[in-house]
Design a binder for this molecule. Structure first.
Ligand code: AMP
Length: 452
């Protein structure tokens, strides 16, 4: 077996595929779309694109195993857009439907469709929960070519929005199918599948081939071509991974130490609970850092607001739960911190996949305490390699103890106060207020030298 094939079997890389096809034109992509790829900065196809696109252009159903960051959106969007272009004279509205498990991912998929289809006047509707339905009805009224949605809201519109039907769609894409098959989406997904014509192409993209995905594949795909970019859970070579072994009581001090070392970085911090996202964000802002939180308990507007401010580099630290670990593609994230170690090792791979994307470098650091060490060992086993340990002079850490406990106390008081208004406030609704405080003159980023 060629060396390159072995590397793929071992799941080592998500690199542009050289031996398969080195240009989009070679894959059979038409001139307009090659130009669109060029404008996106896509010089050559990624492996999943090189594997999947030829089958898709031949009109086959697809089952693709591809991880986040592999370029999988392009792998399904380009063939769909190409067929749309080839059938210019037919009535195109509601040509394809893409289902995604999370709202943010749906928005991101639509953004990629719109960017690739900008020159051909592509219309796209995003139908996700947590945002104004009337705007979505208006957008459906414009008869979009592509509908991207989360199952619940899409089904709501299918049931309630006059004139909206998916009976004529030519393509159905299930992105992150392993997640879409969770029990929370089961009923909606079944109901949507009943509304969609049997005579269609189906593309099923999944990070893993679970039993449920296998079952869905049998139920809904016709003699699919199977492609995969990586057969194992793996991280890219351009990602540097390290960990600190930290006493549970001093984890915040280590966090501040790590943040102090990387002041200019664009950082995502992963924690286990929604409450912790907010507590950490408040605490870090009390220390003068530009941090925002995003979690499933925040209103959708707030979630998008925080995400957009982070993308716009208004703040350089985004604290999140695993809601943001899958699929989110935020340009420029150069560091991921695992504040809490995930119990499910696969979540680690999804989290650290937020950095070192599309061939760029990145850094992931994990703060492992005595209770989490067992989960970290499982992560190393999944990756099939040891992660380097970082050490730091304990005195340096102790200096941070006092400012951390002050900042945490103020944050806890703030959370307790706003807890009284829980009925009319959703988690994170006071973020802007605190953000202003963080930017006030009183609040200067804490440096160790302040205390020396
Ligand atoms: P995805 O896996 O679809 O979320 O894509 C991850 C990132 O890779 C996105 O920022 C894409 O714009 C980027 N991307 C997709 N295809 C290519 C390509 N052929 N070359 C370079 N970047 C790409």
């Amino acid at each position: 077996m060629a060396k390159e094939d072995l590397a793929v079997e071992a799941g080592e890389k998500q690199e542009p595929a050289r031996r398969l096809a080195s240009t989009f034109a070679e894959l059979g992509i038409c001139k307009e779309l090659v130009e669109a790829c060029d404008l996106m900065g896509w010089k050559e196809p990624t492996r999943i694109q090189a594997e999947a696109i030829p089958h898709a252009l031949q009109g086959k159903d697809l089952i693709a195993l591809a991880q986040t960051g592999s370029g999988k959106t392009g792998a399904f969007a380009l063939p769909i857009l190409q067929e749309l272009l080839e059938n210019r004279d037919v009535q195109h509205s509601f040509f394809a439907c893409v289902l995604s498990p999370t709202r943010e991912l749906a928005i991101q998929i639509a953004e990629q469709f719109e960017a690739l289809g900008a020159a051909i006047g592509l219309r796209c509707s995003v139908l996700v929960g947590g945002v104004d339905r009337m705007q979505q009805v208006l957008s459906i009224g414009k008869r979009p070519h592509i509908v991207v949605g989360t199952p619940g809201r899409l089904l709501d519109h299918l049931t309630d929005t006059k004139g909206f039907s998916l009976r004529k769609i030519k393509y159905l894409v299930l992105d992150e199918a392993d997640k879409l098959l969770n029990v929370e989406f089961e009923k909606a997904l079944d109901d949507i599948l009943k509304e969609i014509p049997k005579d269609r192409r189906t593309f099923l993209f999944s990070a893993t081939m679970t039993k449920k995905v296998n079952k869905l594949q049998r139920a809904c795909l016709r003699n699919p071509a199977k492609v995969e970019a990586s057969s194992k859970y793996s991280t890219v070579d351009s990602l540097k991974q390290e960990f600190y072994f930290v006493p549970a009581d001093y984890k915040d001090c280590y966090l501040l130490h790590v943040l102090n070392e990387r002041r200019e970085s664009m950082i995502m911090i992963f924690v286990r609970t929604c409450e912790s996202t907010r507590l950490l964000a408040l605490m870090l802002r009390n220390l003068g850092l530009k941090a925002m939180s995003i979690s499933g308990q925040m209103s959708q507007d707030k979630r998008l607001g925080a995400l957009n401010r982070f993308k716009a580099k208004d703040c350089n630290i985004l604290i999140c739960t695993d809601v943001a670990s899958r699929g989110l593609d935020i340009q420029g994230v150069d560091m991921v911190i695992n504040y809490d170690i995930p119990m499910n090792s696969k979540d680690y791979v999804h989290r650290v996949g937020r950095t070192a994307r599309a061939g760029r470098s990145g850094y992931a650091v994990s703060l492992v305490n005595q209770y989490e060490a067992q989960w970290f060992v499982l992560i190393e086993q999944l990756l099939g390699k040891k992660i380097d340990q970082c050490k730091v002079d304990p005195d340096e850490i102790m200096i941070l103890k006092e400012p951390i406990s002050d900042a945490k106390r103020i944050a806890l008081t703030k959370m307790k106060d706003s807890g009284g208004h829980k009925k009319r406030r959703k988690l994170g609704d006071d973020d802007d207020e605190v953000e202003d405080h963080a930017h006030s003159k009183r609040s200067k980023p804490f440096k160790k030298s302040n205390r020396r």
